[in-house]
Design a protein around this ligand. Structure first.
Ligand SMILES: *[C@@H]1O[C@H](CO)[C@@H](O)[C@H](O)[C@H]1NC(C)=O
Ligand SMILES: *[C@@H]1O[C@H](CO)[C@@H](O)[C@H](O)[C@H]1NC(C)=O
Length: 833
């Protein structure tokens, strides 16, 4: 500082000289001095020795009351009159005094009185680097769009330094310089224009803000500097397209997922901010069909199912999801959606070809049906297994993929199972598996493999003899297990001979119905049984047949009465057995011998004594027909003994025959002869005696009742007659009972008179139930109508006999009411009532 001042002082001396010279040229100013002094000197600092420089004596200064006159309102310098020096009175700030003007000086006058002398003093103020450059603000902000091109200029307010010259701002420095460089241009007014020039483009997405420091420094010694911080905000522009988070999204979704099922969510990033960074999603570049299946949330990018997904239609979809921002930038996100198969399709069964019926003799392996199975599902869901019921004579074979054939695996027999329902079951291997079934109806067609079969191989049938021709004996029936023509059975009689006659003359077989008829009436006594074969034959081709043997047994009927072989009955001749009066008890008189051509029970004969002159004398052996005495013969016993023995068989009804055995109880033949002369009349008398007695009783009763009726009638008639006469005096009309008035007429007749009286004199022709003695004829008690007819016929014959003395009184045929026919036959065989 001292050095500096000295130097200034030296220089100031030189200057002061110059100033004085100048002052002298001026008329008004006695002299002048010039000094230079650095600014900011402390008060009292020496400026210059004015006394010496102006050549004035210090005393003069005092006497002249030297003082400083200044026109300015501030006085920086004071005058020390004692020393004749100028000193700093007030701190001088050059910048305040002159600003940027240079050189900077101020002037004042020093005035002396007695005489007045005016001296001018000029003080030049020398700059000192006492100010730092300064920017208007410490910090400043700039907003720069990120796409500003390189070379774009940004003006920065320059710094200011009040110092001048070297102490003024000499340079600007910008840090850092990676984006901007600094350009400083001198302005015509001496100022400086500072510009930042963009060198490397900004990217908001890399660095959103930058902070630069601009330093302005002066050339003083030491340097002084000022800084400003420049905050640069990079403004976003939509310079970034959205970017999908993943280039390809892969998602899986089950088919048949309900609408709204979230498939996946796509996302996209946009490096831009704000509106520029807002991304929306849409599905682009897909077919309409796919657009209907999926929807994407515009904002969130969530992809949802919007339709019915069917794996079988398409198992994968590719969606292009467009992510767009507002500025038209977009990215395409690929979404590959795999549809997961669900077992939602039942397997299908299709009959490709099919035999409705199959012959029962088809060989093993005959194809019945070809079926096609299919399942549109995939993997396990589409793998099918085909099966049929195992209990059937069929098996299923796989031929081509998806094709199966059903073939016979066993022997078929229509007669056991005529029809099959084959159930084809197809199931896939999904979880749970789906199954479908199809029923195939296969009919087994008939082959003539079964002959007709009789229930038995031999039949044994009985038929009673005396059958009517055409009598149906029984029905043969053979069954044939086949069907249709193969089961149509016809019957044929096999020809053969039976007892020399063709069997067809005995029986016939209805070929359709199998009914066996007897061709003629059989007689057990001629043919007892016979056999024949009947063939049953079906109508198949070739026909099958089987044979049954039929044995017909003719059953005996009791159609033959016993026949008495002994004793022989010949007309009226009389044969008598002799019994000596000396015969003992149990004497065998004779033996009745009879036979019966029937057989069995029908020929089992029994003998009974029907009538005898003396029942106490004889008995007949029930089984053997032996007539024996049961007591000793006495002299009182009649010579002539007459026994009637009845021989009966054991049939149902039984038939019988009677035989009359004459027995003579005598010791000599002439005794016998005399007794047997009027045998016939005696016999008839005995037989009819009972009958005649009954008849006589009936006639007497009849006559009595008739008489009673007549008497009562006459009595009543007379009583009435008397009353009429008494009351009216009318002529008396004779009264005849109806019986007499209409004897032969056709009028009504009280039934009590309605008799038919028949009289015959031949008692042997009598209809009454008395076996005629000695007759072989026995009344047939046949309940059948023919029997009755025959009997009626015979009765009529008797009545019609012209030589029979008949007295008939016949009732008119048109009589109404019950006609009672009473027939009395009177036989006056030498007896009288
Ligand atoms: C087969 O099925 C049909 C109809 O479903 C039925 O009428 C018939 O009786 C069945 N046959 C057998 C042998 O099951
Ligand atoms: C019936 O036929 C069988 C063989 O078919 C034979 O042995 C038998 O003698 C025949 N019988 C008659 C009565 O013809």
């Amino acid at each position: 500082m001292m050095g500096f001042i000295r130097k200034t002082d030296l220089r100031g001396r030189g200057q002061a000289l110059f100033v004085i010279l100048c002052l002298f040229k001026l008329s008004s100013v006695t002299g002048q001095a010039r000094y230079s002094v650095p600014e900011e000197q402390a008060e009292g600092s020496f400026v210059g020795n004015i006394a010496r420089d102006l050549g004035l004596d210090v005393a003069r200064l005092k006497s002249g009351k030297a003082r400083i006159i200044t026109k300015e309102n501030r006085q920086y310098v004071d005058l020390n009159r004692d020393k004749g020096t100028l000193v700093i009175k007030e701190r001088i700030d050059r910048e305040e005094l002159c600003g940027k003007t240079t050189p900077c000086s101020f002037s004042f006058e020093v005035i002396l009185e007695n005489p007045i002398q005016l001296y001018r003093v000029t003080v030049e103020v020398i700059d000192v680097n006492d100010n730092s450059p300064s920017f208007p603000k410490d910090e400043t902000s700039l907003n720069i769009v990120e796409n500003a091109p390189a070379g774009t200029r940004f003006l920065i307010e320059s710094a200011f330094d009040p110092d001048v010259r070297i102490n003024d701002i000499t340079k600007y420095i910008l840090k850092p310089v990676d984006h901007f460089k600094l350009e400083v241009q001198n302005q015509p007014d001496g100022g400086k224009a500072i510009e930042m020039v963009l060198q490397n483009p900004l990217d908001r997405e890399k660095e959103e803000t930058h902070t630069l420091v601009l330093i302005a420094s002066d050339g003083g010694e030491p340097h002084r500097s000022g800084t400003v911080r420049i905050h640069i905000t990079v403004l976003d522009i939509n310079d970034n397209a959205p970017v999908c988070s993943q280039p390809v999204y892969k998602a899986e979704v089950k088919e048949n997922s309900p609408e709204g099922t979230v498939v996946t969510t796509v996302s996209a990033n946009d490096a831009d901010t704000g509106v520029n960074g807002e991304v929306t999603f849409s599905i682009a570049h897909v077919t309409r069909e796919v657009k209907l299946l999926f929807e994407v949330n515009v904002k969130t990018g969530e992809i949802k199912v919007a339709g019915k997904l069917d794996f079988e239609k398409s198992n994968t979809y590719q969606l292009n999801v467009k992510a767009s921002d507002q500025g038209g930038y977009s990215d395409m996100c690929k979404v590959i959606i795999q549809i997961i198969d669900e077992n939602d399709n039942v397997p299908t069964i299709q009959l490709m070809s099919f035999a409705i019926s199959i012959s029962e003799d088809s060989p093993l392996g005959t194809t019945i049906a070809v079926i096609n199975v299919d399942d549109v599902d995939s993997d396990g869901n589409g793998v099918v297994k085909c099966s049929i019921d195992s209990d059937m004579p069929f098996k299923i074979e796989s031929s081509l993929t998806g094709y199966y054939t059903i073939v016979t695996d066993n022997v078929l027999d229509r007669e056991i199972i005529p029809e099959y329902n084959i159930t084809v079951t197809v199931s896939d291997q999904g979880s749970p598996p789906l199954t479908s079934r199809k029923q195939i109806n296969v009919k087994v067609s008939d082959v003539n493999d079964n002959p007709p079969e009789f229930d038995l191989s031999e039949y044994s049938k009985t038929l009673p003899e005396n059958n009517s021709p055409g009598f149906s004996v029984f029905t043969l029936s053979a069954r044939d297990a086949d069907s249709g023509q193969n089961a149509r059975v016809s019957y044929f009689l096999e020809e053969k001979e039976v007892n020399g006659a063709a069997v067809s003359s005995l029986v016939s077989v209805n070929s359709e119905s199998g009914v066996i008829h007897a061709v003629r009436s059989f007689d057990f006594e001629q043919i007892k049984s016979f056999e024949f074969n009947v063939t049953a034959r079906d109508a198949g081709s070739p026909p099958l047949s089987s044979v049954a043997t039929v044995r017909l047994i003719v059953q005996d009927q009791n159609d033959n009465p016993p026949q008495v072989l002994y004793p022989v009955q010949i007309g009226g001749s009389l044969v008598a057995e002799m019994v000596p009066r000396s015969a003992d008890v149990g004497y065998l008189v004779t033996k009745v011998v009879a036979v019966d051509v029937d057989s069995g029970q029908n020929a089992w004969l029994s003998y009974k004594l029907q009538k005898a002159t003396d029942r106490a004398l004889f008995e007949v052996g029930l089984q053997n027909g032996e007539i024996r005495t049961i007591r000793g013969v006495t002299d009182k016993d009649a010579v002539k003994q007459r026994l009637t023995v009845i021989v009966e068989d054991n049939g149902q009804p039984s038939r019988s025959a009677t035989v009359i055995v004459n027995v003579a109880v005598a010791d000599s033949f002439p005794e016998v002869l005399s007794e047997f002369t009027d045998y016939t009349q005696d016999k008839e008398y005995n037989d009819n005696l009972t009958f005649y007695l009954v008849l006589a009783l009936a006639v007497v009763s009849f006559l009595f009742i008739t008489c009673l009726v007549v008497i009562i009638s006459v009595k009543i008639y007379r009583w009435r007659q008397s009353r009429v006469l008494y009351h009216s005096n009318l002529p008396v009309i004779p009264y005849y009972p109806p019986r007499y008035s209409d004897t032969l007429g056709t009028g009504t007749l009280p039934h009590v008179y309605n008799y038919e009286v028949c009289r015959t004199n031949d008692s042997r022709m009598s209809d009454c139930k008395f076996g005629t003695v000695g007759s072989q004829n026995v009344l047939i008690m046949d309940p059948s109508s023919t029997g009755t007819m025959q009997r009626m016929q015979s009765e009529k014959n008797i009545l019609d006999e012209p030589d029979s003395p008949l007295e008939c009184w016949t009732a008119p045929t048109n009589v109404t009411g019950l006609v009672t026919l009473l027939c009395f036959r009177f036989s006056f065989c030498g007896c009288s009532i």
